[in-house]
Design a protein around this ligand. Structure first.
Ligand SMILES: [Zn+2]
Length: 212
């Protein structure tokens, strides 16, 4: 049985990167528009030259050009894809439906974590300044306060991981995601996955959803 296409949605801190990496292990292709863009420019194709021009002028790549880039690199007949970080707007979501997904089976999977939980996760995050290991004062504290278990480096609290900045990031995300949500909800393909417990539980739910 063929696997459904996945549009992966989640707030910063919801564990989207971790889940995307695990979904790839199920045989999915990970679509990052940034990576495709760089590869297309390196290929020096006609589209690559156009993209290079837009970027060198310091302009934003318009939605239709991004769609052309996806169309040039994706064949839904040949495999299943995870769309990650795209669409970001309702217009992009509609274009993705009409020009790429069309009649293919797809799920918009939302990694559901309450915003309070996300704020607490990020505010309590500490990173090793030496080896970049990530700790959490609530869920995964270091054995010795302020010291990395792995390398003994000093743990740092990133300046923008404070409550106010995180709250702002969440507000921006909420404004972006809500129209996309209702779009996929109307189409009947929105699937909420509880991402508040742990990464294994989240992944288990996704695996079941895609029939693997
Ligand atoms: Zn360390």
């Amino acid at each position: 049985m063929s696997m459904p296409q996945i549009i992966l949605l989640g707030a910063p801190g919801s564990g989207k990167g971790t889940q995307a990496a695990r979904i790839v292990e199920l045989g999915y292709n990970h679509v990052s528009t940034g990576d495709l863009l760089r590869a297309e420019i390196a290929k020096d194709s006609k589209l690559g030259q156009k993209l290079k021009g837009i970027i060198s002028e310091g302009k934003l790549v318009d939605d239709q050009t991004v769609l052309d880039l996806l169309k040039a690199n994706i064949d839904l007949q040949k495999g299943a894809y995870i769309f990650d970080g795209f669409p970001r707007t309702i217009e992009q979501a509609k274009m993705l439906d009409e020009q790429i997904i069309q009649t293919e089976k797809a799920y918009a999977i939302y990694l559901d974590v309450s915003f309070d939980e996300l704020v607490s996760r990020i505010v309590n995050r500490r990173t090793c300044g030496k080896c970049n290991e990530i700790y959490n004062l609530v869920n995964k504290p270091p054995k010795t306060e302020g010291v990395c278990d792995r390398c003994g480096g000093e743990l740092v609290h990133r300046k923008d991981d404070n409550e106010k900045t995180v709250q702002n990031r969440m507000d921006v995300f909420k404004g972006q995601i809500e129209p996309i949500f209702s779009h996929y909800e109307k189409k009947g393909i929105l699937r909420r996955v509880d991402a508040s417990i742990n990464p294994d539980t989240t992944f288990g739910q996704i695996k079941e959803m895609v029939g693997r």
